[in-house]
Design a binder for this molecule. Sequence first.
Ligand code: DC
Length: 227
Amino acid sequence: MEKRVIVAIDGPAGAGKSTLARRLAARLGYLYIDTGAMYRAVALWAIREQISLDDAPRLEQLAAHAVIGLQDARVELNGEDVTAAIRAPEIGEAASRVSALPAVRRAMVRQQQQMGETASVVMEGRDIGTVVFPLAEVKIYLDAEPRVRAERRLRDLEAQGQAARVEEVEVEIRRRDERDRTRADSPLQQAPDAVYFDSTGLSPDEVEEGLLRIVRERTSNGKEVLR
Ligand code: DC
């Protein structure tokens, strides 16, 4: 039987994790798992239920009961397609707040570990290489300069028909990163054995090739691993 492989990709908002993790999964024939989408789904439910983002006990209850389905880029919450709804900027901010709660994290991490038990996966988030799969075969910390990350986010927003100024987007990104990096439980940080990859100034194709090379080096001593 072929060995299962876990590719863990962590990094700050707007570093290109989702695009690249999805491409990498397609190239390798692995499952793609966007763990940020799970925290976003919990945040969306909380906002719809008008639960205060300071109400830890109710948010924890919600996280324990949320049925989250991930299929490639499609995200379901309790059977409803929420793929587009969770991409609103206020949901990203709310997800960052909700994800600081230890019980919410426990509920999500349990599901993420189960997903990685049955198949080879490319899983992206903030704590995949540090907490969810500390023994992952491949760990990558994907980064880019804050202005570049803000420009990427701005393009995502424009694609959703929303206007914003790059300066404002950069302030929001920096604030969210600061919260994600300084929270007590599972803060965003590079695992000691992760490969640091700076995507500033690189095209998606160039990043994809670079990441693929890292996966090959770590999984087959440089031999071809594509199926
Ligand atoms: O990657 P994203 O922007 O969709 O993530 C939204 C928020 O969810 C992010 O600001 C922090 C949180 N998150 C987390 O705490 N742990 C993860 N593994 C993924 C996301």
